[in-house]
Design a protein around this ligand. Structure first.
Ligand SMILES: [Zn+2]
Ligand SMILES: [Zn+2]
Length: 253
């Protein structure tokens, strides 16, 4: 298998929102697509590396929040690449039901009152649906790694584990002041929304046990395994916060 390279695609400055490209000689995988209207930013990073949309063999959407799924339908049109996502977020992708936001602190509580997280993105039906927790190989798309269900942030969140010991984890973990930002990018923190911290903790610990050494995230990062484990230990003592939108599956809130 040829060497692989991870290219960060800044959707907003200061690591506030990232997408990533896994580049290999046999093909490239786009991991997340940014907020709606991010396609030109993605294209600029591709062209800086001598690539175009046609080099994308697969679009992986880690979960249904608008800052990750927002430009997926457009990038699919431009690239012709299929979208891979998990069944448990599919009703959000197709816009059948509104996204649930379980806030983790003051930033999330303020954020959820703004129009940003509720901004409708162009709905889509994923072409490849993961339906269970089994690891799926990415070899047919030219990348040496697997993709697997990692619930906890949203019901259908997924993460990629590469043979290079890199993990692409979406919003399973975040870092930096105000998710990304100009400081503390090496310090883990919770994203503004998170369904179930204890499930997230178990998934992060499993990823480290499976050999992941570098974590690449939607906000902030990257982080090393020791910092991820420190954060997971903290999460394992927490209970879910209040969920502030319809469709919440935590009746206790
Ligand atoms: Zn998210
Ligand atoms: Zn996010």
């Amino acid at each position: 298998m040829p060497a692989q390279q991870i290219i960060r695609i800044p959707i907003l400055p200061f690591n506030m929102v990232n997408a990533h490209l896994i580049r290999s000689e046999a093909g490239s995988i786009l991991v997340d697509t940014g907020i709606p209207g991010s396609e030109r930013k993605i294209e600029r990073v591709l062209s800086r590396h001598g690539l175009s949309f046609k080099d994308i063999k697969l679009i992986v959407v880690t979960h249904a929040h608008t800052d990750h799924a927002g430009s997926a339908a457009t990038v699919r049109e431009l690239s012709g690449a299929p979208i891979l996502a998990h069944q448990d977020d599919v009703d959000f992708y197709t816009r059948k039901i509104p996204m649930t936001y379980c806030t983790t602190g003051w930033a999330g509580r303020i954020f959820v009152k703004t129009p940003v997280p509720h901004e409708p993105y162009q709905g889509f039906q994923p072409d490849i649906l993961l339906k269970n927790a089994d690891a799926t190989s990415l070899e047919e798309f030219g990348v040496d790694g697997v993709i697997r269900h990692t619930a906890g942030h949203t019901p259908g969140s997924i993460a990629i584990e590469l043979a290079t010991k890199d993990a692409m984890v979406g919003d399973l973990i975040a870092s930096g002041i105000l998710i990304g930002g100009i400081a503390f990018n090496s310090r883990a923190m919770r994203p503004p929304f998170e369904d179930d911290p204890q499930t997230v903790a178990r998934e992060l610990q499993r990823l480290v046990r499976a050999g992941a050494e570098r974590f690449h995230m939607g906000h902030g990062g990257p982080l090393g395994a020791a910092e991820v484990l420190r954060h997971a230990r903290l999460l394992s003592t927490m209970t879910p916060g209040p969920c502030m939108s319809p469709g919440c599956e935590h009746p206790s809130h």
